[in-house]
Design a protein around this ligand. Structure first.
Ligand code: GLU
Length: 477
């Protein structure tokens, strides 16, 4: 989209609280903010909202930064709210002087009692403070700062996703905005920072809609311009309940650790709430590179209804992106998952490249490589029972088949998958494929699940394959 002359530069932000590792919801908000800013030539800001010192932890700040870096969502500016107390204090003092906020001395117990009474009278729970008209200073250790709400107003805003939204400001009461002059609460700090950082678009989860009227009231009191709002749909599990671990949801860094590719995760996240227009045959494109996201994403095509998190879809995307990697890239991405094989891989690059070709089509996540590749580098170790294709297969038959295969393998010099398969085809057809090929495959791999025996044999080579068949036959002697 072309920028209009003189139009304000688009600036978006992701504002996570460092109170836990970064999950899909925050990562999705970050992605939408990043893509929207970048497709308009704008800036993407990272702001750590760590005013709640008890719950914030620098470990999680590190987690957030690492997650965004891994996803390639590079921020243009970085802020930490805990370093901005002077700024908040300045605004709080101005508002106090103007009589727009006040000190509320009521304790937690007072407020709990008040809520109890309101509940028993079936009234909305809110605190309309008896001190709201008191002006001037107070020993701030004894109270908190509240906004003096003007109850007559309806607040409305136009949400870029959800359209017009209105609130009755009366339900908010005199809401709290700071614990003291240097410790703002979320709604106040956000308003100040969004203004100070010249944020033009606030793109965030739907769970923040109820904060928006408070933020608008504060903007009005401070005479700040209002940013545009876009509230993204909730992310739900397949059963449409709140997303949790049992739906396959993990933190971003856990996805990295288990071998998801960042580009697959980004692709998955962009589709959590946004869908491109279908093509002329009614098909919806599903695979997006970051470049394509920048070209095709549009905030006004974001859906209102909940976005369902389907782990199968993420797995399918991951498989697809793995398949599309070139060999060198694939090998490099596997490095963190193949450390214990590193020495052996380095001894024989040719063999490793065959292993790569075989496994690239089969991996859902990169961490499966260990299990798949080790059969080529370690002696298989398995219980004899695994050689039995089905219960009831006789030991004599297994030995007979393995002996036949052993004789064939020892006698041939045409060592490639196709010729090996042809060489055994007649026998296995006559004796039954499962009957013959199952023990053959297990003898080579030592695993219940693996690639087929001919593919494995080709990579293992003649000597090693013959040796493994002998070992299996010995188990019956
Ligand atoms: N700190 C808030 C959160 O982590 C940010 C909300 C916002 O984007 O305004 O949910």
């Amino acid at each position: 989209m072309l920028k209009e002359k003189g139009a304000k530069k688009i600036r978006t932000r992701i504002a996570p609280s460092p109170t836990g590792p970064m999950h899909a919801g925050t990562a999705r908000s970050a992605l939408f903010n990043f893509i929207f800013a970048k497709q308009h030539g704008g800036d993407f800001v990272l702001r750590i909202e760590d005013t709640d010192l008890e719950r914030s932890d620098t470990i999680f700040e590190k987690d957030i930064r690492e997650s965004l870096e891994w996803l390639g969502l590079d921020w243009d500016e970085f802020y930490r709210q805990s370093e901005r107390a002077d700024i908040y204090e300045k605004y709080l003092k101005n508002l106090l002087d103007a009589g727009l906020i006040f000190w509320c001395p009521h304790s937690e117990e007072d407020l709990a009692k008040e809520r109890q009474e309101q509940m028993s009278r079936k009234e909305a729970m809110k605190h309309v403070c008896s001190h709201r008209n008191k002006t001037g200073a107070m020993d701030d250790k004894k109270g908190i700062l509240r906004f003096k709400n003007n109850f007559s107003k309806e607040i409305s805003f136009n949400d870029l996703v959800r359209g017009d939204i209105s609130f009755d400001s009366g339900i908010l009461g005199d809401f709290s905005i700071a614990k003291n002059l240097r410790t703002p609460l979320y709604n106040f700090a956000v308003v100040i920072d969004d203004r100070e950082m010249a944020i033009t678009h606030v793109i965030r989860g739907e769970d923040h809609i109820s904060n928006t009227p408070k933020q608008i009231l504060l903007q009005n009191a401070l005479d700040f311009p209002r940013p545009l709002y876009a509230h993204l749909p909730l992310i739900l599990g397949l059963d449409r309940s709140k997303l949790s671990k049992r739906h396959g949801a993990k933190s971003v860094l856990e996805y990295r650790k288990t071998g998801y590719l960042p580009e697959a995760l980004l692709n998955f996240l962009i589709l959590l709430g946004w869908h491109p227009a279908p093509d002329k045959d009614g098909r919806e494109k599903e695979i997006f590179t970051k470049k394509e996201m920048l070209q095709e994403f549009s905030l006004n095509k974001v859906q209102k209804g909940g976005a369902v998190f389907t782990i199968d879809k993420l797995n399918w995307l991951n498989r697809t992106f793995i398949k599309n990697l070139n060999q060198a890239d694939f090998s490099e991405r596997l490095l963190p998952f193949t450390e214990d094989l590193a020495e052996k891989i380095n001894e024989n690059h040719d063999k490793w490249s065959k292993v790569l070709s075989l496994t690239k089509e089969r991996l859902t996540t990169l961490d499966e490589i260990g299990d798949m590749a080790e059969i080529f580098y370690k002696d298989p170790f398995y219980p004899k029972e695994l050689l039995f294709w089905k219960e009831g297969q006789s030991a004599e038959n297994i030995v007979r088949h393995l002996r036949h295969i052993h004789a064939y393998l020892s006698g041939t010099n045409s060592w490639n998958k196709k010729d090996l398969e042809d060489g055994i085809a007649e026998y296995s057809k006559k004796e039954g494929r499962g009957e013959t090929l199952w023990p053959f495959r297990v003898a080579l791999s030592g695993k219940r699940h693996s690639a087929g025996p001919f593919e494995i044999a080709e990579i293992l080579g003649k000597e090693e394959s013959v040796k493994r068949i002998e070992k299996a036959i010995k188990m019956f002697e």
